[in-house]
Design a protein around this ligand. Structure first.
Ligand code: SF4
Length: 369
């Protein structure tokens, strides 16, 4: 068995470690690229949302390297994601690929569900899998913290290219490593390198909250490396979504009761939503309110063209912007998104926020309450 999975931010680092520790070969899909997107776009329904197209591209690239089994998370609720595994399996079958899908879904009862496969293991194997899973969770948390640190360093240092170099080297090393111990060692060494980069604390750094559809927000290729780009404009970004928060909210003891931050965010959104809207539409609105209350300088919502939950959230955000007196910009991405126009919009938004901050500091406009 050779397992692969779609790219989703730092999730691949933990998944690779867990599966390799279980003694199974992993084929990590090549870093998402134009080629991945072209493959996915070619073989997916035209109007389906972008994440599915990228998934298909990832799978085809991994299958060509020998993968025969795909792991993907499942979902319920009013959003297309719940159907991803079914649609993706059909697309690959139509293309003539004979691959097996394992779906991580608490509610899935069929033979393909990971829970079902897990229940068939012997006790000792179950303990091994659980131990590896906990290690994988720890690695994902460490990898997300490293990304946060790199974003902070990029915003505050004058040597921004050095941060890119450290992070690019780190990703290369992860690709060529094997097993959780090696991965932990690489993360720790990279952390030390980042910490050694000098910060210029005289910089006027802006703080922006990134909200939106989870895949778009956490997968750098899909959001055109928005965090990196903002770092180059001396902006410190924060995002609620990450593989660690996803695990915390769906696969932990806390998940049974709702993680405390998630509870807080959903409580903020309750004023606008009385029911589920699918995906993370409520979290987008709730975390926007949270950023406004924490006095961030601005918010950027990013989502793929046609994403229903985020369209609903986008219709609410102007009210949030008005009520909490915070600028919010929405960026919609698809396979046609051009980088030049995207950078221009980000640059203009950052200019606006900087001007606004000056005016707030000079008392020319009323500060957020
Ligand atoms: S959240 Fe949006 S982009 Fe993601 S699967 Fe659902 S509809 Fe598609």
């Amino acid at each position: 068995m050779k397992i692969t999975f779609p790219h989703m931010g730092n999730a691949y680092i933990g998944a690779k470690a867990v599966i390799e520790d279980c003694g199974i070969e992993v084929i990590v899909p090549p870093k998402c690229s134009k080629k991945t997107l072209e493959l996915g776009t070619k073989y997916s329904p035209e109007t389906i949302c972008l994440p599915l197209k990228i998934n298909i591209g990832n799978y085809i690239e991994s299958i060509k390297k020998g993968a025969d089994t795909i792991i993907i998370t499942g979902s319920t609720g009013p959003c297309r994601f719940g159907l991803y595994s079914v649609v993706e399996e059909e697309i690959l079958r139509d293309l003539g690929y004979d691959v097996k899908f394992l779906v991580i879904d608490a509610f899935e009862k069929n033979d393909n569900s990971l829970l079902n496969q897990f229940s068939k293991l012997k006790s000792k194997q179950k303990i091994n899998v659980l131990t590896s899973f906990l290690k994988g969770k720890k690695i994902i948390i460490m990898a997300d913290r490293l990304t946060t640190l790199s974003n902070r360093k990029r915003a505050y240092t004058n040597n921004k290219r050095e941060i890119d170099k450290i992070m690019d080297d780190y990703r290369d090393q992860i690709y060529h490593s094997k097993g959780s111990n090696k991965i932990i060692e690489i993360i720790k060494k990279t952390n030390e390198k980042l910490l050694s980069i000098k910060e210029d604390n005289t910089k006027d750094v802006l703080e922006i909250g990134i909200v939106g559809e989870i895949f778009t927000v956490i997968e750098p290729f899909v959001n055109l490396e928005v965090e990196r780009k903002l770092g180059y404009f001396d902006v410190l970004v924060h995002r609620y979504h990450s593989p660690s928060t996803w695990i915390e909210n769906h696969m932990s003891i806390k998940a049974l009761f709702g993680g405390s931050l998630e509870r807080e965010i959903l409580k903020e959104a309750r004023k606008y939503f009385k029911t589920l809207v699918g995906g993370h539409g409520r979290e987008t609105v709730g975390s926007s309110i949270m950023y406004a209350k924490k006095k961030y300088d601005g918010i950027i919502q990013i989502y793929p063209f046609g994403c229903m939950p985020e369209i609903v959230a986008a219709s609410v955000l102007p009210s949030v912007s008005k009520e909490y007196n915070i600028p919010i910009m929405t960026l919609i991405v698809d396979e046609m998104t051009g980088e030049a126009g995207y950078i221009t919009r980000i640059e203009a938004f950052v200019d606006l926020l900087r001007k606004r901050k000056e005016q707030v500091n000079n008392g020319k406009i009323v500060s957020r309450s």
